[in-house]
Ligand binder design. Structure first.
Ligand SMILES: [Zn+2]
Length: 263
């Protein structure tokens, strides 16, 4: 079902989407912190990491709480990472862009849930160099659940599944070859599984562009991080960012690139 939105209703829908996105961003930040700490993110109240005080509703209003408290805990004054604010703002923007791009459709909901998964696994990977398998499983379940409602022929779905195995298999092969060549681990298992899921969502052309974009972003992030702190970075956030860009604007980007080549 597609509901075309426009005018004042569009502005209303975008505002609601951005608000829900900001709330989701707040949840994802909290979930990522708990996953890294090995705790469940489905139960228990939110607490300050520094003093352990249980946070109330007024401490958890996305974006506003951080701004009003100037990035500090209300109870002990400990700094709340700026990343919390940026994650909420990014999630609000992603929700609005997703609605603009896909309207009120099942595809919009499917892609929004996938974007949330990409953001969550990026936050966890950034801190722990591990990508939780649960993110992949959730993304695959969402893809399978949405497929019957997208008006696809069975061939369309089969091509995406084929692409997932081709992409995952190719990256596994490249990773094993690099491991042997370099004498150390190159791609992590979580990255290869992530490429499988990206292939499932993006199909052949989108995935090809996403792999190239992920490599460019990964290289850029590594150079910047090494220069600033001398630390290495995980590959998951770069893959996720590339997949998100292709998911939202893949058609426009591939069209523009093919025009450049005169095709
Ligand atoms: Zn505190």
């Amino acid at each position: 079902m597609t509901i075309r939105v426009g005018g004042a209703f569009l502005a209303y829908c975008l505002t609601v989407a951005a608000l829900l996105g900001a709330v989701s961003g707040s949840f994802l930040t909290c979930a990522a912190g708990r996953i890294v700490a090995g705790r469940s993110f489905l139960t228990g109240r939110s607490r300050c990491d520094a003093c352990g005080h249980t946070l109330g509703v007024r401490d958890l209003v996305p974006v506003l709480s951080w701004l009003l408290l100037r990035g500090r805990c209300r109870y002990c004054g400990a700094k709340v990472p700026t990343r919390c604010l940026w994650t909420e703002l990014l999630c609000a923007a992603m929700a609005a862009l997703c609605l603009l791009r896909f309207d009120l459709t099942v595809l919009c909901l499917r892609n929004w849930l996938f974007l949330c998964c990409l953001l969550l696994l990026s936050l966890v990977d950034w801190d722990s160099f591990e990508i939780p398998d649960g993110c992949h499983v959730f993304s695959i379940v969402v893809w399978v659940a949405a497929a019957p409602f997208l008006g696809w022929l069975w061939r369309d779905a089969a091509m995406h599944v084929l692409c997932a195995f081709a992409c995952g298999g190719a990256l596994l092969g490249i990773s094993l070859a690099l491991d042997k060549l370099l004498g150390r681990d190159s791609l992590g298992g979580g990255d290869i599984k992530l490429f499988f899921v990206v292939g499932l969502y993006l199909g052949f052309v989108g995935t090809l562009f996403a792999v190239i974009l992920a490599c460019v972003l990964g290289l850029l992030l590594t150079v910047l991080r090494r220069a600033a702190r001398g630390e290495s970075v995980p590959f998951g956030p770069a893959i996720s960012a590339a997949a998100a860009v292709m998911l939202l604007y893949g058609d426009a980007l591939t069209g523009w690139y093919l025009t450049l080549l005169g095709l």
